[in-house]
Every structure is written in structure tokens, then in C-alpha cells.
Design a binder for this molecule. Structure first.
Ligand code: PDD
Length: 284
């Protein structure tokens, strides 16, 4: 059965949804996006995703296509029209269509807004019981990773490099330290201390990261926001990643070195439970 998707004010069967060939998202990757999880037909941390979207648009001097409240309404209509219960909603805003020119159009353009959903088992994920295997690759992305743009070719290449190496994902390394995963934030745990890279322009400010660190601190777990190396990670007791689509996902192997006997660790497992419980309660 075909999905109902949203394009610039209309809800349409996916086959009928169209965007211009002159759209700057298509020509220049001049667009930003968000991925929000849906559990039990409700949105997880919508407010966090909306705030980050507005910040991304602001950094790129992009005109917002609607208000935050209207955006929530669109998400809810999409859920309702599709009878959608669990998975992800992808949202993309681009600067819109204009003749090809590197400079932003002087007269401005109407932004393009697209949303669609993908069903996915997020809460009872089989991968969570198994844990992920990670390989490291150099971080060769642009310098403004705090803006959630649709330029995702390097992360795609990284994911393919991981697959070819028989792993599940790649952690990117810059100046000797880990930045983040191809589409997630990276953490290690040593002697009960959770370590994750501090915020800056080098990584995306994960919405799941913010919530998980808050829950960890509330549970009296110790958190250090600082860089770490692959060697330090290989010597850690456990590791994990976070993202809207994976929640908290244990990591059991890094560049061939097994962590904690190769099974998901207690901190990652506990944080995953807390995150899912709390987010189910707070979903809107
Ligand atoms: N990716 N870092 C990068 C590079 C990401 O692409 C993502 C999210 C994250 C985690 O952010 P959050 O917790 O807000 O999802 C960190 C999304 C899920 C994606 O591209 O599909």
C-alpha cells in the first residue's frame, strides 16, 4: 500500500509527490533535515528536534516554511492519515527552487518542505540484544557538523566501508580522537564513567544525546564530556551509540577488539531501558 507523504502544503500518495529539478536541495544539498521517532503513534522529543531544525535554518539564513506549532500539526496529520504506530518521520526543508547559482537567490525563494514516514521496530529492536561492531575511518566531512544538512555522502561512504569490513557502522576520527558515528553520537564507559565528546562544530548536537546524558546524571551516573581515542575505546568496559532511530545501542567490538566479552554492557542496557520508558511517557 502506498504511503501518504507531505509536500508543500499537500498530503499526497507517494507516487504523486513531486519536487522541482531546480530545487537547491537537489542541486546544492542546500537543505536541512530531522528524523523524529514515533512510538505508540506519538512523537518522541518533538520539541528538541524542532528547536534544532530552527537553529539549522538560522545558521543557513533559510526562511522557515511554517511555525513550530504548524510543523507539529503536520507530523500529527501524517501519523493519522497513515495509521502509523512505530518508526520514523523524516522531514526536510530546502531553500527552494531557483536558477542554478552558488549565491542564495537575492529575491528569496519559497522553501520546500517534505515529510514522509518509514515503519521500523524501534523499541523492541533485535539489534539491541546483540550489539554493534564498529570500524574506525578518518572524518572527512565539512566543518559545520552542528548544522543538520542533507550532505550525507561521506557518512554513506563510511557506512559502506563498515559493511565491506563486516561491521555495522563506522566511528570517525579526526586529529587522533573520535568525533561521532556516521549517523549517531559515540560513547565509552570505563569504571562506571560515561565518556562522550563535548559539543562543538565538529559533531551534531544529538537530541537523544541530550536526553540520555540528562537521564544518566539523574540516575547518579558520572558523565565526562571530552574527546577519546580509538585505543581508549578499545580498552573501555563498554561502549554505545545514540540517535533518534537507534535510541541507545550497545557497541561490542571496535576495530576487531571485543569489549566486555563481546556482549552488550550493563550501562548501555540500563540507559536504553530508562530512555524508552521516559520517552514513551513524554511522547506527544
Ligand atoms: N542521524 N550524529 C550524526 C552525524 C547524525 O546524523 C545523527 C542523527 C546523530 C544523532 O542525533 P539525534 O540523537 O538527534 O538523532 C549524531 C539521524 C537519525 C539520521 O540521519 O538518520
Amino acid at each position: 500500500m502506498s504511503r501518504i507523504v507531505y509536500v508543500n502544503g499537500e498530503y499526497l500518495p507517494e507516487e504523486e509527490a513531486k519536487v522541482s529539478v531546480f530545487d537547491r536541495g537537489f542541486l546544492f544539498a542546500d537543505g536541512v533535515y530531522e528524523v523524529t521517532t514515533v512510538m505508540g503513534g506519538k512523537l518522541v522529543d518533538f520539541d528538541g528536534h524542532a528547536k534544532r531544525l530552527w537553529r539549522s535554518m538560522g545558521e543557513l539564513e533559510m526562511t522557515p516554511p511554517c511555525t513550530e506549532e504548524e510543523l507539529l500539526g503536520i507530523h500529527r496529520s501524517l501519523i493519522e492519515k497513515n495509521g502509523f504506530d512505530e518508526g520514523l518521520i523524516y522531514l526536510q526543508v530546502t531553500r527552494g527552487a531557483a536558477d542554478r547559482d552558488f549565491a542564495y537567490p537575492a529575491e528569496g525563494t519559497a522553501p520546500t518542505l517534505v515529510l514522509f514516514h518509514q515503519e521500523k521496530q524501534v523499541a523492541d529492536s533485535p539489534a539491541a540484544g546483540k550489539g554493534m561492531r564498529i570500524v574506525s575511518i578518518p572524518d572527512e566531512r565539512w566543518g559545520r557538523r552542528d548544522i543538520k544538512t542533507v550532505q550525507l555522502l561521506y557518512p554513506s561512504m563510511g557506512k559502506m566501508a563498515a559493511k565491506k569490513a563486516g561491521a555495522d557502522d563506522a566511528w570517525m576520527v579526526e586529529e587522533g580522537v573520535v568525533t561521532e558515528g556516521t549517523s549517531n553520537n559515540a560513547y565509552i564507559v570505563k569504571d562506571g564513567v560515561i565518556v562522550t565528546r563535548q559539543l562543538g562544530t565538529e559533531i551534531l548536537h544529538g537530541i537523544t544525546r541530550a536526553a540520555v546524558l540528562r537521564f544518566a546524571r539523574e540516575a547518579q551516573m558520572k558523565v565526562e564530556e571530552r574527546p577519546f581515542t580509538i585505543e581508549e575505546a578499545q580498552g573501555a568496559d563498554e561502549a554505545f551509540i545514540t540517535s533518534a532511530s537507534a535510541f541507545v545501542m550497545p557497541v561490542v567490538e571496535i576495530d576487531g577488539a571485543k569489549l566486555g566479552g563481546g556482549t552488550p554492557g550493563p550501562v548501555a542496557t540500563r540507559l536504553r531501558e530508562i530512555y524508552i520508558d521516559e520517552m514513551r511517557k513524554a511522547a506527544v
